[in-house]
Write a protein that binds this ligand. Structure first.
Ligand code: ZN
Ligand code: ZN
Length: 173
């Protein structure tokens, strides 16, 4: 799920939680957005650059590698550790950060599930032929043509299966 979608959904959730959390509402909101800083840190270490632009370019590729080591803060072990720490220290701050992290990770899990389903069904329909270059490929990639609002986000009409080369080209336009 794209960062701007996370920002929108987290803001909506924060608005709902506002009557209960009051001024503390910004803590889970910020946590649910800044959890993705792990992608940047991983990129900075592995590619030896602090450039945010380079990191955005890397993760903005047509089919960026989904490496678990680039998602350290999203890891169940880290989340579990944070929970343990929050309980042990009775820290409201840590608990609220954890709420933000969990909200973000839940959205990611939902997103990956939906995209996996789309990929399977659209791959079957395409019969491994890229609609752009009309050549046969062992595997096609799922490309989002239109980022619809959430209620229509996973409508198969907004997606197309492309070969790696055509997919890369689609992202360069
Ligand atoms: Zn193609
Ligand atoms: Zn794409």
């Amino acid at each position: 799920m794209r960062t701007q979608e996370h920002v929108k959904l987290s803001s909506a959730a924060a608005l709902i939680a506002l009557p209960w959390l009051k001024t503390d509402v910004w803590i889970p909101l910020a946590a649910s957005i800044f959890i993705d800083v792990d992608h940047y840190l991983w990129h900075a270490v592995v590619h030896r650059t602090l450039s945010l632009k380079a990191a955005l370019r890397y993760f903005g590729q047509a089919d960026p590698p989904q490496l678990p080591e680039a998602r350290l803060l999203h890891h169940p072990l880290v989340l579990g550790l944070l929970l343990l720490l929050a309980v042990r220290t009775h820290s409201r701050l840590l608990a609220l950060i954890l709420v933000g992290f969990l909200f973000h990770v839940s959205l990611d899990v939902f997103h990956v599930k939906q995209m996996g389903y789309l990929k399977r069904t659209l791959s079957e329909q395409a019969k491994n032929v890229c609609p752009q270059c009309e050549q046969q490929f062992a595997a096609l990639q799922l490309h989002t043509v239109y980022y619809a609002p959430l209620f229509d986000r996973y409508n198969p009409q907004h997606f197309v299966m492309l070969c790696p080369a055509c997919h890369e080209r689609a992202h360069q336009i």
